[in-house]
Design a protein around this ligand. Structure first.
Ligand SMILES: NC(=O)c1ccc[n+]([C@@H]2O[C@H](COP(=O)([O-])OP(=O)(O)OC[C@H]3O[C@@H](n4cnc5c(N)ncnc54)[C@H](OP(=O)(O)O)[C@@H]3O)[C@@H](O)[C@H]2O)c1
Length: 309
């Protein structure tokens, strides 16, 4: 009998999440039935990556590593559906935790969002916010590979220094600039062809006015709005959308589930060639999961935040 440690949501968030909103439970798992397998977490994100420790499913052998959506837990019984194996050519030298970051869902969010939603072309100017995070840091590097000028912003000077190190043309700390409008104008006086938006809210309202005619905006996330108890209100987007003839499209990365392999193989290749750099914020210990999650919402992570169980 295996006992799983499981973080459960005790209470729905009221405003910003608190540690007391989570409860750590110990749950005894039943013996496996035919077709099932037992997984053990190795690294956790919101989209955990696990190792198979016992299997009664002929498609999965013990010891194999997979990515699974099983929640915040140390052990999990699966029927094998919805498990994603790591690419078979995964190099021994490469940390497997990257399957939760650059060579996983966040990396592919950047890849498909830029390629299919922003439809950016070489020579264009791309803006990305939350630029030092898991998605944003890949957006900037991919846009550089594809021949664009890249402007990014993040919430600390260390993050800004990191963005310059990984090739962003312009980067600034949105928390310390006197005026976001002026900082965006200074970084690209001619405006922006593409805007990869991870933040939403006021940032979007300001940035939209600096789009070039026919500009494209990919709505990836709205982290500045997730914990609002009262929905934000702001200037409405219609006027700049109409007069600049902009396109704005929201997307969820699972739209490209049928092209997952293409995305993973491209990211794996570029990481191995050194064209895309990865940074992970690794927190040790399953017990620290809520603290790491809250820290990520506060911007304490550089690159992908993961828990090493
Ligand atoms: N559409 C999809 O399929 C999809 C898939 C994955 C992720 N997402 C979204 O993409 C965004 C980035 O996700 P991620 O996993 O890469 O997270 P992340 O960027 O690694 O971490 C979140 C970052 O957001 C920034 N942030 C937090 N509150 C903010 C605020 N009020 N204003 C501006 N920035 C704020 C913080 O960085 P600073 O220090 O810079 O503030 C923090 O480090 C999120 O909105 C997420 O929901 C969407």
């Amino acid at each position: 009998m295996v006992t799983a440690k499981v973080w459960v949501l005790k209470k729905h968030f009221e405003g910003f999440p608190k540690s007391s909103d989570f409860d750590l439970k110990h749950i005894e798992l039943p013996n496996l039935k035919d077709g099932e397998l037992l997984l053990e977490s190795v690294f956790l994100s919101v989209d955990p990556y696990m190792r198979i420790v016992e299997s009664k499913n002929p498609d999965f052998t013990v010891g194999v590593f997979v990515v699974a959506r099983s929640g915040w837990r140390t052990h999990f019984i699966s029927d094998g559906k919805d498990l994603r194996a790591l690419p078979p050519n995964w190099p021994e030298s490469l940390p497997r935790s990257l399957a939760l970051g650059t060579i996983g869902m966040p990396g592919l969010t950047a890849y498909f969002g830029l390629l299919e939603v922003c439809k950016m072309k070489s020579g264009e100017t791309v803006l990305v916010n939350a630029a030092a995070g898991a998605v944003g840091s890949v957006v900037g590097q991919l846009a550089k590979i594809w021949g664009c000028k890249v402007v990014g912003c993040a919430g600390s000077d260390d993050k800004v220094a990191y963005l310059k190190k990984i090739g962003f043309d312009e980067a600034f700390n949105y928390k310390t600039v006197a005026s976001l409008d002026e900082a965006l104008r200074k970084a690209s006086p001619d405006g922006y062809d593409c805007f990869f938006d991870n933040v939403g809210g006021e940032f979007t309202t300001v940035a939209i006015n600096q789009m070039k005619t026919y500009g494209r905006i990919a709505l990836c996330g709205a982290i500045s709005q997730y914990n609002d108890s009262v929905p934000q209100k702001g200037p409405y987007v219609q006027m700049p959308m109409i007069f600049k003839e902009l396109q704005m499209e929201g997307f969820i990365v699972s739209r490209w589930n049928n092209r997952w392999e293409e995305g993973l193989n491209t990211m794996l290749k570029w990481v191995m060639e050194g064209k895309v750099k990865c940074h992970e914020q690794v927190t040790e210990g399953f017990e620290n999961m809520p603290a790491a999650f809250i820290g990520m919402l506060k911007g304490e992570n550089l690159g992908k935040a993961v828990i090493k169980v």
